[in-house]
Design a protein around this ligand. Sequence first.
Ligand SMILES: *[C@@H]1O[C@H](CO)[C@@H](O)[C@H](O)[C@H]1NC(C)=O
Ligand SMILES: *[C@@H]1O[C@H](CO)[C@@H](O)[C@H](O)[C@H]1NC(C)=O
Ligand SMILES: *[C@@H]1O[C@H](CO)[C@@H](O)[C@H](O)[C@H]1NC(C)=O
Length: 355
Amino acid sequence: MPGVCPVNSSLQLLLLLWATHNTMATNWLSLARQPLARAGTAPCGRLRGLTAGQLGVCRGRGEFMESVRKGAEMTIDECQHQFRYRRWNCSTTTRGVSVFGKVLSQGTREAAFVYALGAAAVAVAVTRGCSRGELQKCGCDRKVRGVSPEGFQWSGCSDNLSYGVAFSQSFVDEPERARGLSSGRSLMNLHNNEAGRKAILHNMRVECKCHGVSGSCELRTCWKVMPPFRRVGSVLKDRFDGATEARLSLVGGRPVLLPRDTLLKPPSPRDLLYLVPSPDFCQPDPPHGILGTRGRRCNGTSRLAPDACEVVCCGLGFQTGRAEVVQRCSCKFSWCCSVRCQQCRNIVLLHTCTE
Ligand SMILES: *[C@@H]1O[C@H](CO)[C@@H](O)[C@H](O)[C@H]1NC(C)=O
Ligand SMILES: *[C@@H]1O[C@H](CO)[C@@H](O)[C@H](O)[C@H]1NC(C)=O
Ligand SMILES: *[C@@H]1O[C@H](CO)[C@@H](O)[C@H](O)[C@H]1NC(C)=O
């Protein structure tokens, strides 16, 4: 049938375009599984999962690739921690450059979270590298100096977030810019990437050290530090729970994302946006990276929350078992300066979804 062939191949082309269009942007996360030689000598040509533009960044600023690799590891670990009691638990695939499989190929809430977390992780890893003096092109922020209104001395070595953020924008956002800013998915990814980086900026803290005779703290020097990455993960997890469903609209001829629910006010730059509702993640669908929830741990004491056994196990039942955990207990402070503890064995209840 001669008529079928062109239809088929154009369909295939469409599918191909759709697939590349949708899955490429987070493939840099696969760097978590690719050893780099030495910092500064990233074997750019051999790295898989990077777009042409990202390879350009690799060639121009190779010394940053170790930070990108660390950022990829941090993203996967933190995602698995934050989602350990969720139906989708950030399970990774074992093969290929797409670390989370096809779960992120659609513009879901989960995709929004992973993009935000990944963009934040790269900014954090690069900034840490800068502050520790591991990277030649950047250092710590010496503009924060002098005496503060509270009377402490700035140490002159604060985390310079601006370099890390700028690097994250040039590397993590690159596939979106390359793809063009008229697609809903690019706008969604860019918005969420920026929201991820904002989660660091809005949670910076001040750390101090005391100086003076036997710790009298006559002089205090302080510096600005980024929040621990765990904190960034928790902030973004809250944003995930309150994420806004958006759709592509034209405002003054420009494509923008607006809430689907027209009664909602436009999302703030710190909110996460998604375009399509998530699947329920109950049925295993391995080709799409969905493993189902049988045998999974869940929280037996929470009710109706997303980590509750009824929810995680999709109403299919769960079992309660006992497990022994060893913890430190009856700790005593002994002069000076150590803490002695005993080891206690406790029995805890462990809930898991019926296999
Ligand atoms: C921090 O990084 C930015 C961006 O690279 C740079 O312009 C600025 O000079 C740095 N700040 C300091 C004080 O080093
Ligand atoms: C996620 O859940 C799957 C299936 O329930 C389980 O096999 C896997 O170990 C879990 N992964 C993580 C990282 O917790
Ligand atoms: C289970 O849920 C309860 C109530 O929401 C919460 O207090 C508790 O910390 C949760 N347990 C775990 C292990 O997360």
